[in-house]
Design a binder for this molecule. Sequence first.
Ligand code: ATP
Length: 267
Amino acid sequence: WGPGQRGSLNEGPQGWQDVGGLSEVQAVMRETLELPSKYPKLVAMAPLRLRTGLLLYGPPGCGKTHIVAAAVAACNMRCISVKGPEVLNKYIGASEAAVRDLFRRASAAAPCVLFFDEFDAIAPQRGHDSTGVTDRVVNQLLTELDGVEGLTGVIVIGATSRPDLLDAALLRPGRLDRLLMCPFPTAYERAAIIKALARNVPFHGEVDLETIGRTADGFTGADLSALLSEAQLAAVHGVLDQADQPSAQTPAISQQHLDQALRLSRP
Ligand code: ATP
């Protein structure tokens, strides 16, 4: 991941300002990532082991992937990001070697985050896979995670919406031992999320994002992002309906577009 471009709904997060809510998760991630990236020498000399593994868990769309991208951007770290199923599919018959290679690459790129999204796909409880593939991958992960202690500046983060499926050995001390829940946002957090998502979005006149966020009961961050896209689409239609030269106008979102999007959207 690297810094994206500003000014659209589709770009990745640029830093903590793009995350709404999740304040406890943010605090732990700051502590875990900022120390090795800002003070690598100090961390290398620390006699005690610092935290090197985190597991983010919670329902889909509640910001697990988003907050990792924001943290990496904020700390100016490199990140190797891989989805669990990719490790199994892309490297058929060589999944353990792929895991080993990912850790080697992360070490060479330090300070670096090695991020496993959809972690449950490669880290299920051992003994339930008749082919033995995921058992071997889990064993490899255990070996590599134990080795991470000796690697300066490598932080391993897993994300899953099914923590119950994971092999418990992966969560033991020294491995992914700090569990961070990303829950459904409260009304207050929804308001913060929609404001964060709308940071670079052009608006027409006064809009009340706070009320939209608070009213959107049951919405996740992903749902709020979809709601804003819906409003953006309404703004595009507004320009097309009115202008002689549609391409010359920026489709800015008005309060009416937001209200309409909220009526049409479902969590
Ligand atoms: P999954 O389990 O399906 O991978 P996830 O928890 O990783 O879900 P994300 O991919 O991080 O969910 O969230 C989807 C989108 O929702 C993000 O790209 C972002 O636009 C928005 N989003 C979710 N949570 C937040 C948040 N706390 N602050 C700002 N945006 C958020």
